[in-house]
Design a protein around this ligand. Structure first.
Ligand code: DNO
Length: 386
């Protein structure tokens, strides 16, 4: 049984249309009600309307990505109890409409982080890039986060300073904006003041406290999800290590195990993202599938190429440091054992060909994802037939 092929759609304003996604070969769509403010309940009529749009193009709404978690829940402050209730209400409404897989993340303040969203590859296509020295330069010299120096070695600070010297004022501006790009699916950007304020609110929340906040949330929502038949899929940290002094607790296999053990329902599961987990050389991706595969509810397949300095770029789906053959092989075995077809989306793609002149969400132009999906589909078919 092959994986269910899906693509992410950012809704009616996405320059990539549902028809494009259908033509790419997808039967499922991954989307979210991005226009609903974070924390508000997703109403049934809005869910139904979105679902009808997808079905009108001959596909189904396979996965919600994301139903975002309000910062109050992450910090266990303010109105977090009410936000948890509202989260449960959104799950109830989704189940009522027949949408049963929900992805979310528990990264504080920001979601993914890249320093360059137009990194030019030798063939002229563009990819997303994380340059650690540039990121540190952003943190120390552009954001000027108080006490940031304490998080870095002298050598790191020196190479960040050297990096800054190579950047023109325009490039510094671009770096600043890239690092503060809003959540995917929104055009809002953080301001410097806004970020510093948001970061300061985590000053007293270390990894252990942050983990407790996640576990509390899970113990509240997992039983509800289980009863509704909803599968929750937590997305790993991207990149999978602490940034800007913030705790990150979904970065390793050990983290994932703690999360799965925190609430025993099978509804409490994982979005297995190879591009996020793969950035840490110590993460054994095929081993994670073998050991935690029963709780994988959604799959993001993406490749990355790292260097020894903590930099990485998003490589072709079948090229890079992630052993995509091994990953897809392990996934096919897990699905066979469980008797399920898990939804999979090619995560990100290069901006290439006609898309080079189009304005799309970073990582989510059409042609590069179509290429990735086609390659992955062929890889999987070959594995299934051999
Ligand atoms: C980036 C995405 C993430 C992901 C969220 C899930 O392209 O993979 O933004 O959607 O972290 O909550």
């Amino acid at each position: 049984m092959p994986m269910e092929q899906t693509m992410r759609w950012f809704g009616p304003n996405d320059p990539v249309s549902l028809r494009d996604i259908r033509q790419a070969g997808c039967s499922g769509v991954v989307t979210a009600l991005h226009h609903i403010p974070v924390g508000d309940t997703w109403p049934v009529d809005e869910i139904d309307r979105r679902k009808a749009m997808i079905e009108a193009e001959g596909m189904c709404w396979s996965v919600v990505e994301s139903c975002p978690v309000h910062e109050d829940i992450k910090k266990a402050t303010g109105n977090y109890r009410q936000y948890i209730q509202q989260y449960k209400d959104s799950l109830r409404n989704l189940a009522q409409c027949g949408v049963y897989t929900v992805t979310y993340n528990f990264m504080p303040v920001m979601d993914w982080m890249r320093t360059d969203v137009h990194f030019e590859l030798p063939n002229g296509a563009r990819a997303l890039y994380y340059d650690r020295a540039a990121f540190i330069a952003f943190d120390l010299f552009l954001l000027q986060r108080p006490n940031a120096e304490a998080d870095y070695t002298q050598a790191e600070i020196a190479s960040a300073a050297a990096k800054l010297q190579t950047l023109s004022p325009q490039q510094r501006e671009t770096l600043f904006h890239n690092a503060l790009l809003g959540l995917p699916g929104s055009d809002d950007r953080f301001t410097r003041e806004g970020v510093l304020k948001a970061l300061a609110q985590y000053a007293h929340i270390d990894a252990a406290a942050f983990r407790e906040n996640l576990f509390h949330f899970l113990r509240e929502i997992s039983p509800v999800a289980q009863e509704l038949g909803i599968q929750l899929a937590i997305h790993p940290d991207d990149p999978p290590y602490p940034l800007l002094g913030l705790p990150r607790i979904v970065s390793t296999e050990a983290d994932l195990k703690l999360i799965l053990n925190a609430s025993p329902e099978t509804a409490n599961g994982i979005c297995f993202c190879t591009g996020s987990l793969g950035v840490r050389p110590g993460n054994d991706l095929t081993g994670i599938i073998e050991r935690l595969g029963d709780r994988i509810h959604f799959i993001h397949l993406r490749n990355i190429r790292r260097n020894g300095a903590g930099d990485f770029y998003e490589a072709d789906h079948l090229d890079g440091d992630v052993d995509m053959y091994g990953v897809v092989h392990a996934l096919t075995q897990t699905m066979r054992r469980r008797g399920v077809s898990l939804p999979m989306r090619p995560d990100h793609g290069h901006q290439m060909l006609d898309d080079l002149t189009k304005q799309t969400y970073p990582g989510y132009s059409c042609i590069g994802r179509l290429k990735g999906l086609a390659e992955l589909r062929g890889l999987e078919l070959g594995i299934l037939r051999s």
